[in-house]
Design a protein around this ligand. Structure first.
Ligand SMILES: Nc1nc2c(c(=O)[nH]1)N(C=O)[C@@H](CNc1ccc(C(=O)N[C@@H](CCC(=O)O)C(=O)O)cc1)CN2
Ligand SMILES: Nc1ncnc2c1ncn2[C@@H]1O[C@H](COP(=O)(O)OP(=O)(O)OP(=O)(O)O)[C@@H](O)[C@H]1O
Length: 214
């Protein structure tokens, strides 16, 4: 079992200052995990990710970088099942483009400081609408699905192009679930519908996907 992170008190801080303080806390907690712990967690993230994705045939995921929960086993597990995988490609001006996963060997760093990206054709931001499920990176998620990202606003903008019936899933460690005071929410923040952790996956209570077909 994991021990929840002790998040700093952010009451009274400006929204951006509050988010920065929370990001710093999660980043140092992630940095303290050993390589072995990360590899073990990767297998569990893959197991729960495959369950959460269900029978979707096209999934948007991301290639984890540095201390993020490792998505490599999840990507391979979905790929082996014949699922089409869209992965972020930063276009001109950090545009929210997408590429298709073919193999680990085809992933390459296109520029310093960026996560690995697929080679091959680059699709425009609108291509995200083809995904039946979107798996987004996050540093923390609160009980209502508010997601704390790395701070670039890339996903907040990218998610505007998702299909209306495609749930958004965030991947965080169990310890990064915020159960106390909610995360500061900006107007552009798009709440996620479900969360994948190394221990389980679950739907967010208030999500439209939590109530089944209407
Ligand atoms: N694994 C992973 N992939 C992801 C994200 C993420 O959080 N995690 N993103 C979530 O949003 C997007 C990438 N967002 C990015 C936004 C800005 C820069 C950027 O400005 N890079 C600088 C160099 C920065 C540095 O050296 O530290 C550059 O390209 O010049 C990079 C990635 C899409 N892919
Ligand atoms: N839809 C949007 N339109 C315009 N600006 C946006 C939009 N979404 C986010 N931004 C801007 O991007 C910056 C970072 O936003 P935020 O702190 O929510 O990022 P994040 O969710 O942590 O990062 P990411 O989405 O890359 O994971 C903020 O300055 C915010 O105003």
């Amino acid at each position: 079992m994991s021990t929840a992170i002790r998040f700093p008190e952010t009451t009274g801080l400006e929204l951006e200052d509050a988010k920065s303080a929370l990001r710093a806390t999660v980043r140092s907690s992630r940095a303290a995990r050993s390589q072995r712990q990360r590899e073990e967690a990767a297998a569990s993230f893959a197991e729960h990710g495959v369950q959460a994705v269900g029978d979707a045939r096209c999934v948007a995921a991301y290639v984890s970088a540095s201390t993020e929960p490792d998505t490599s086993m999840l990507i391979d597990a979905l790929h082996e099942r014949g699922v089409r995988l869209l992965l972020p490609v930063l276009g001109p001006g950090l545009a929210r483009c997408w590429g298709e996963y073919t193999s680990r060997e085809e992933l390459a760093q296109r520029a310093p400081g960026r996560p690995l990206e697929p080679a091959g054709e680059v699709f425009p931001p609108e291509a995200l609408a083809e995904a039946e499920v979107v798996i987004a990176p996050a540093l923390a998620v609160d009980a209502s699905g508010i997601r704390l990202g790395q701070g670039g606003g890339w996903y907040d903008r990218a998610l505007l192009h998702r299909a209306p019936d495609a749930p958004v899933l965030a991947m965080v460690h169990e310890a990064e679930l915020i159960t106390g005071a909610p995360l500061p929410r900006a107007e552009h923040d798009i709440p996620v519908d479900a969360v994948i952790t190394e221990e389980r996956w679950f739907l967010i209570g208030g999500s439209p996907f939590a109530h089944g077909p209407s």
